[in-house]
Design a protein around this ligand. Sequence first.
Ligand SMILES: [Zn+2]
Length: 106
Amino acid sequence: MFCTRCGSKLEPTARFCSSCGAPVASASSAYAPPSPPYTDGRLVRPRNNRMIAGVCAAFAQAYGWDVAIVRIVVAVLCLTGVSALAYVIAWIIIPEEPFAPLPPQN
Ligand SMILES: [Zn+2]
């Protein structure tokens, strides 16, 4: 690799040019780790931390709500008969979280 300012040859691990002192844009510093695919705001029903079908946990996880508050609100609404049907519909519509990849075995 070469310095983008003066063109001097650089060590692959160099962070600054040894000739002109310009910072080196290395691939490692530009790399940003991707966020987990199922915690970035998508509405999925998590496989753990669920009470019935994970609908409350799905909304809490997707929007950053407290799952306990979501459950209380849903439970109160269920008493009125409004959200019981909505819960079943959400159960059907919201996809289940994909299986998390297994941790690497040593
Ligand atoms: Zn340079």
